[in-house]
Design a protein around this ligand. Structure first.
Ligand code: FUC
Length: 839
């Protein structure tokens, strides 16, 4: 492709601004020839085997996970099961600290921040004290290796992950014989199934071995079956008590299976189907009375009765029920003919809109594959982890990471995948009563910045990182969001006690600060950031105020909707009024702390005070223009490049700031090759499309997936904003199945950057308020009226944001906001409303 080369050379030589211009022209050229390229299937593909974990391909059914390496001579399947964690039931709440926490608060109120931090570090040491723990690591199960003599010389190699069907395939040729491997983690039969074929009879001869990294592990060889058993590790004050059993059972057509002391040998088979079944003794976070081997056996025996062809059909059917709800077309280019690793390498210097669609759908694929109803929520690595002491234990870090995992859940139409998080919240609302009571003398429940399989709620990582009693405040937003998207009042009712418990805790915790007499939270911190060297502990951070405002508004609204606890809701309302407004500081920035202490050169990865902009909806271009501008300034000060998750968050922020080009720039930063270093803050994307913090951390995938949706549609601000932040390079496209609050499902198409067609499916009825570009004229099968006043649809109720306090030194210029119109139409449950834009 001559044009393409010219284009690449051109952008290599030119500045960013010129690059953008060319990208726009190039897009326009390509959009007209888009359809010349077949709409590439949603596949990750490669022409070499994975030589390391970051090149291997993830498969999962929520509970079971595996990475497939696809080496012809030595196939490697690395196995996970979501409940294989170190340790045993039990919380990690430190004792006798109420007095200390009060002292720390007093120091903070006296302005003695260094002393407050010192006392906090002394009270909560960096390493877990002997009688406590800072959470347990998520651990690997083990590895299966299939060895094929003579398969190290091969041709015609192909390896792919087909995310429309959640199946991975490898094929290659040895001495004229084509070998194929197909693997999936079955959603219907709850086992991993691998089928091996060859196009010449009796060609399949290989050995099967299995191993694990555990101190306590045992491999048993039975006729036609291997069994690996082990026990999760012992860490800190906890003894490893999760027992697991992994069984591998091949079924051969032709040929035979024999055993050795260490494995199985398959000889001269025509076809082999391998079943892998894993069971643990985990029943729930306080009960390990299950029988791991029996569970693995029962599942295996049942799965083996299903014909392979049927197993494939029922697996894909169950998966596609979720995956197929959303389709997206952002355009195509010759880049999509290349292998995925090359496309990631070239993304920043080429025009590859299909990689965006693929990356978006890959995020949805990952969420379906690692978070299924009835199971555990996605941890820092989803379910994919080859270590017994993974980075940050692969726990649930809830000062951003776990929440980010679930940002795509509602908007990309995967609400069922949100369920494991809700179930975990129910558990935390129990275990968190202990930390609320014994650390703070408060009612309700709370947690700090981490939890794990055992639902710990105490301090983790000591008195710097750990002093953040806000985990429950943030996580419970997901309950409210789910209610707003689904309109499911039964759900709201059933989780009302969890919301109320969170509100009770903050109601008891708020204290009057000495200067303005505002009610604030202390001690806490603006996650992981400092305002003086080594000092992060703080009173009344902006994020805390925003979080508590959301917690309080949720409970006030929930109590009204459910007609419960009116007096309690009133008392919450009184406290809410006494909380601080947001503040705009001397650098025209949104203040991170109660005092104007932000440093414009601060490039910290967490920008927690922008929680109010996204995921919360307290800051809006239309309702709070000054806060909107200040948020933009804060974001500009922090810069773009950072950890994977931080860039994922920035995509969402730029989308909310209505700047599609900058959001796209952040996506390109995220879609740049991950560094080889396994630590640091230089994020990117691995060849297997998994996000690099680095190292691999799944939140960045989910954050960016949500961000792509957020560029196309937003429903947080009292209406459904169609194409709020479309990048110039994505001039033409369409999307189907995105979900807005109030149970609306949307399908729309745009051309030359303008909306062309729109279909709204209403699942729960009610007024639908659209925000679209000013000059567009829609006509369709519903009567559109210019919107006036508040949206009557109750799921679009917008809470008042207090007027900000603005520093005299701030210089706000007043940002230009795109001109739009607001249109209302009435919908009935089940109604389908289609509009076209008049030319
Ligand atoms: C938070 C972040 C880190 C990392 C860890 C798991 O502590 O600040 O960057 O993502 O979580």
């Amino acid at each position: 492709m001559k044009t393409n080369h010219n284009y690449i050379n051109f952008i290599k030589m030119h500045s960013n601004a010129q690059r953008w211009m060319v990208l726009v022209i190039f897009t326009a050229l390509f959009s007209s020839v888009n359809r010349c390229y077949s709409q590439t299937q949603l596949r990750l593909n490669y022409d070499t085997p994975a030589s390391n974990w970051n090149q291997a391909l993830p498969l999962g059914n929520g509970r079971l996970g595996l990475m497939v390496f696809g080496d012809p001579a030595s196939e490697h399947l690395q196995l996970n099961e979501e409940t294989v964690w170190a340790g045993e039931p039990g919380n990690n709440v430190p004792k006798n600290v109420i007095g200390r926490i009060e002292e720390i608060r007093t120091l903070l109120f006296q302005g003695k921040s260094q002393e407050a931090q010192q006392l906090s570090n002394l009270t909560f040491p960096r390493q877990a004290p002997i009688d406590l723990n800072y959470g347990m690591p998520y651990q690997t199960v083990g590895d299966v290796v299939l060895s094929f003599t003579g398969h190290n010389i091969y041709t015609n190699y192909k390896r792919e992950l087909d995310i429309t069907n959640a199946i991975s395939r490898t094929s290659y040729k040895v001495k004229g014989v084509t070998f194929r491997r197909t693997v999936f983690a079955s959603f219907s039969d709850d086992v991993i199934i691998m089928k091996l074929t060859a196009d010449r009879p009796k060609s399949l001869s290989f050995s099967i071995n299995m191993g694990s990294k555990y101190k306590t592990q045992k491999l048993s060889v039975y006729p036609g079956q291997l069994e690996l058993t082990g026990t999760g590790g012992s860490v800190d004050n906890k003894v490893g008590k999760v027992a697991f059993a992994a069984k591998i059972a091949p079924v051969v057509k032709g040929g035979r299976i024999s055993t050795t002391n260490t494995g199985l040998i398959i000889s001269n088979a025509d076809e082999v189907t391998i079943y892998i079944s894993i069971g643990t003794n985990f029943k729930n976070y306080k009960d390990l009375s299950g029988n791991a081997a029996k569970k693995a056996n029962d599942i295996l025996n049942k799965a083996k009765t299903v014909a392979y062809s049927q197993a494939v059909i029922s697996h894909t059917k169950k998966y596609k029920k979720y995956f197929d709800r959303v389709s997206i077309d952002l355009g195509d280019s010759p880049q999509s003919q290349k292998t995925t690793d090359v496309r990631v390498r070239e993304f920043a210097t080429s025009f590859d809109p299909q990689l965006l669609s693929l990356y978006f759908q890959f995020g949805r694929y990952l969420l379906i594959s690692c978070s299924q109803p009835g199971g555990q929520p996605a941890n820092l690595q989803g379910i994919w982890n080859d270590s017994n002491s993974p980075p940050w234990d692969s726990k649930y870090t809830v000062n951003i990471n776990t929440e980010m995992n679930y940002w795509p859940a509602e908007i990309t139409n995967l609400a069922e995948m949100h369920a494991p998080l809700f179930t975990m919240l129910r558990d935390l609302a129990e275990t968190g009563k202990e930390s609320a009571r014994s650390m703070y003398g408060a009612r309700g429940w709370n947690m700090h910045h981490n939890t794990d399989l055992w639902r710990i709620t105490g301090i983790v990582d000591g008195g710097f990182y750990g002093i953040w009693p806000m985990g429950g405040a943030w996580l419970t937003q997901h309950l409210w969001q789910h209610y707003q998207f689904s309109g499911d009042e039964k759900f709201l009712k059933s989780y009302y006690p969890v919301l109320k418990g969170a509100a009770l805790f903050y109601l008891d915790m708020l204290r009057e600060e000495p200067t303005h007499k505002w009610l604030i939270m202390a001690p806490s911190m603006s996650p992981e950031n400092t305002y003086e060297s080594g000092v992060g502990i703080a009173a009344g951070t902006t994020m805390d105020n925003q979080l508590i405002a959301d917690v309080f508004n949720n409970i006030i609204n929930a109590s009204k909707i459910l007609k419960l606890d009116a007096a309690f809701a009133d008392s919450i309302g009184v406290a809410l009024k006494r909380m601080p407004p947001m503040q705009i500081g001397q650098y025209s920035q949104l203040q991170e702390w109660l005092k104007d202490m932000d440093k414009p050169k601060d490039g910290h990865r967490h920008i927690s005070h922008l929680y109010g902009l996204y995921p919360s909806g307290q800051i809006s271009p239309f309702r709070t223009p000054e806060l909107f501008e200040a948020s933009r300034n804060s974001l500009v000060y922090r810069g773009d490049k950072s950890t994977g998750w931080s860039m994922g968050w920035k995509v969402n922020w730029w989308a909310r700031l209505l700047d599609g080009n900058r959001a796209y720039k952040l996506i390109s930063d995220q879609l740049s090759p991950a560094p080889t270093e396994t630590k640091g803050q230089n994020g990117g994307t691995y060849p297997n499309l998994l996000d690099a913090h680095p190292p691999f951390q799944i939140d960045g995938n989910f954050g960016c997936t949500a961000g792509i949706a957020e560029m196309l549609m937003q429903s947080y601000d009292g209406n459904i904003f169609i194409l709020p932040a479309l990048p110039d390079v994505l001039q033409n496209g369409s999307v189907k199945g995105l979900r807005a609050k109030g149970g609306f499902e949307l399908e729309f198409q745009w051309k030359a950057g303008k909306l062309k067609r729109l279909t709204v499916v209403s699942k729960v009825g009610g007024n639908c308020r659209l925000r679209i570009a000013e000059k567009l004229k829609l006509s369709g099968n519903a009567v559109l009226k210019l919107a006036r006043g508040e949206n009557s649809n109750r799921f679009y109720k917008v809470e008042m944001t207090k007027a900000p306090l603005i520093s005299e030194k701030a210089r706000l210029v007043g940002l230009t906001i795109p001109r739009t119109q607001l249109l209302d139409f009435d919908t009935k449950t089940g109604g389908v409303y289609t509009f076209v834009v008049d030319e």
